[in-house]
Design a binder for this molecule. Sequence first.
Ligand SMILES: O=C(O)c1ccccc1N[C@@H]1O[C@H](COP(=O)(O)O)[C@@H](O)[C@H]1O
Length: 195
Amino acid sequence: MYVKICGLSEPEHVATAVEAGADAIGFVLTRSPRRITPERAAELAAQVPGHVLTVGVFRGEAPETVRAAALTAGVRAVQLHGTHPHGDFTALKDLGVTLIRAVDAQADLRCGAFDEDLLLVDAPHAGSGRQWEWAAVRGRASGRWMLAGGLAPGNVREAIEAAGPWGVDVSSGVETSPGVKDSRLIEEFLRNARG
Ligand SMILES: O=C(O)c1ccccc1N[C@@H]1O[C@H](COP(=O)(O)O)[C@@H](O)[C@H]1O
């Protein structure tokens, strides 16, 4: 099971996620309680080994804004939330990073439909920590797709069984309050996600 830990802002939590076996870690570079600057993301990304994907998370920004922030941060993937047209993904292809299309369950759920490399199926309000009806996407989402939205150490197994994703992504569920990560919860999430 591919696991992404998102919304990291402290070196200690980046180290915990890497050591506990995360496949990807995310830095929020858009309006959010978890927002960090691209410069801060670059400092954190520098401590991440090459086998772990570093992801810049955006919501509704224009491709040029995403490009500039991703280059400053030095991330190897960008995750675009919001109603981006296909052309936004095409415009970012030459950046040479992994493109992640983040949508809710009403969208086209075929990974690759917008030329993205990974699909993320999330709650309508990304980053809110709210659960939604994960089972509604079972058999509808296809390809390399991650489930997100209200996941936590205590429910990630149930979510995987309900939706059948290729991977999972968490932010709020490994925090003690919005934007404050907890190393013990990060480790527990990774353990439970892998069963
Ligand atoms: O985390 C945020 O604040 C955020 C802001 C804007 C866009 C996406 C955001 N987070 C993404 O939301 C999902 C899961 O969130 P949660 O576990 O329900 O809190 C994850 O993909 C984050 O990257």
